[in-house]
Design a protein around this ligand. Structure first.
Ligand SMILES: CC(C)(COP(=O)(O)OP(=O)(O)OC[C@H]1O[C@@H](n2cnc3c(N)ncnc32)[C@H](O)[C@@H]1OP(=O)(O)O)[C@@H](O)C(=O)NCCC(=O)NCCS
Length: 431
């Protein structure tokens, strides 16, 4: 896709600036060049996520990952620590993988309001401004990962990708897949972090709903940043020709106490191909002194059960992960590829207006054309269901069974068939 827009170049939303100003609050863009202001902003984020004072080392580590984001703060001049914003938000435009390509997504992160200033509409001012900014910039979709599932629906965001936590009793996990031709090798955590970034970048467009990562994210996965931890171990898989094809970070706990039945937690695992993925899973499952392997934030359709003799041994619990907000229906629908043809009229309701409308959707040869129409709809849903169904992660049939999509069974079925994707959408990043 074309270079994504640099969100830092966009001006402050005037509607929210004046609404906050009337309440004695100053809504500001953070100047990245002003280190003191930037650091105070980071400390406010830390406090906002129910922490105390951010360690100085971590404040310094935040500078790089915040340098390419648009940073916003709300300041209250009456508080004793007036240099710390009472609300924060960051955003940037990320290429998100969709079926058949990528689309620009307005990523929203680090949304906090100080404990002393909550439930006065400050987050609403910030989020509504973001949607206006994104739409004005021509970005068709906004996205975020949510600390609580009850916060963002009111702004039109809905879950679109899922994650699973897998648990495996290693004593029952007899391996059935073929032996991998390559080798698993230890490597130091710096090198593992670099390799994670490389493999993620090479493979991310194969995962729907995925976005690019950044160096500190990988350093966090290997515990060189965020919560530092010397006990985290990293290995890679190299193929027969010695090329690195996958990397895993893990930590083992409890192996000394319970008769050697420790718990190995996979902190991150990314691979170029299925062979490397299986080899790294096998390394974890067959590790000495480990009774259980736990792997949070993995795909719901991880091939794990099919790698073992007994497919009932791995158990998973699933939750939502990536949330999407459609801002431009024609651009979003025309921006992805489809698995089947369909011809129908779609009505989308959106209390905030961006996605509201009735659209004739013609899908042929894997692409859609979308035009506004006055015709009666075959399928009716709100912007929330559209966001959930957009990447193919949730079916319209299931949403219809919950009374959240209306229409004829034929039209719903046709649109579902068109939206279908081969693998469950999977965003591997929390942002
Ligand atoms: C979540 C948070 C940003 C909300 O900020 P806020 O300024 O209190 O939110 P607002 O006053 O603008 O609330 C807007 C609406 O959201 C609702 N709301 C706010 N926080 C909510 C929550 N945690 N759960 C459910 N609803 C919530 C409000 O009740 C209000 O509802 P309305 O539609 O009836 O008006 C703030 O509580 C916070 O910083 N929490 C800790 C950090 C965090 O979890 N951030 C989110 C990261 S993804």
């Amino acid at each position: 896709m074309a270079d994504t827009l640099d969100a830092r170049t966009l001006p402050l939303d005037e509607t929210s600036r004046s609404a906050l100003d009337e309440r004695g609050l100053a809504y500001r863009l953070i100047d990245h060049a002003d280190g003191l202001v930037l650091d105070a902003w980071s400390r406010a984020v830390h406090r906002g996520f129910t922490h105390g004072e951010m360690p100085a080392e971590e404040v310094a580590e935040w500078r790089e990952p915040m340098s390419w984001r648009r940073l916003l703060g709300v300041y209250d001049p009456t508080v004793p620590q007036a240099d710390l914003p009472v609300a924060t938000l960051s955003s940037w435009v990320a290429p998100m993988s969709v079926p058949g390509g990528e689309l620009p997504m307005w990523a929203i992160s680090t949304v906090t309001v100080a404990g002393t200033h909550r439930r006065r509409g400050i987050a609403r001012s910030l989020l509504e401004a973001e949607l206006r900014d994104a739409r004005a910039a021509g970005v068709p979709i906004a996205g975020l990962t949510a600390s609580e599932a009850t916060i963002y629906g009111r702004y039109g965001f809905a879950p679109a990708t899922t994650i699973a936590t897998w648990r495996v009793d290693t004593g029952r996990a007899a391996w059935r897949a073929p032996d991998a031709p390559g080798r698993v090798q230890y490597l130091d955590r710096e090198a593992a972090a670099a390799l994670m970034g490389e493999v993620h970048e090479r493979t991310r467009t194969a995962r729907l709903g995925e976005i690019p990562g950044w160096p500190r994210r990988w350093r966090g996965r290997v515990a060189l940043a965020e919560k530092k931890d010397e006990e985290v171990v990293t290995v890679r898989y190299v193929d027969e020709s010695g090329e690195p094809r996958g990397v895993m970070a893990y930590r083992i706990e409890g192996h000394a106490e319970e008769d050697g039945r420790g718990v190995l937690t996979i902190r991150y695992l990314v691979a170029d191909d299925d062979v490397a993925l299986a080899a790294l899973w096998r390394f974890a499952l067959e590790h000495d002194l480990v009774g259980e392997v736990v792997a949070p934030m993995r795909p719901v359709d991880e091939p794990l059960p099919w790698l073992l003799d007994d497919p009932r041994v791995p158990v998973s619990s699933v939750t939502d992960h990536g949330w999407l907000r459609i801002l431009d229906v024609p651009a979003a629908l025309e921006g992805r590829a489809y698995a089947a043809s369909a011809s129908l009229v779609l009505r989308v309701t959106d209390p905030l207006g961006y996605a509201d409308g009735t659209w004739r959707v013609e899908i042929a040869d894997g692409r859609a054309s979308v035009a506004s129409t006055e015709d009666e709809p075959d399928v009716e849903l709100s912007v929330l269901e559209l966001g959930s169904a957009y990447l193919g992660g949730f079916s319209l049939a299931a949403l219809s069974a919950a009374g959240r999509v209306a229409g004829t069974a034929d039209a719903i079925g046709a649109l579902d068939a068109a939206l279908r994707v081969p693998r469950a959408p999977f965003l591997s990043i929390v942002y």
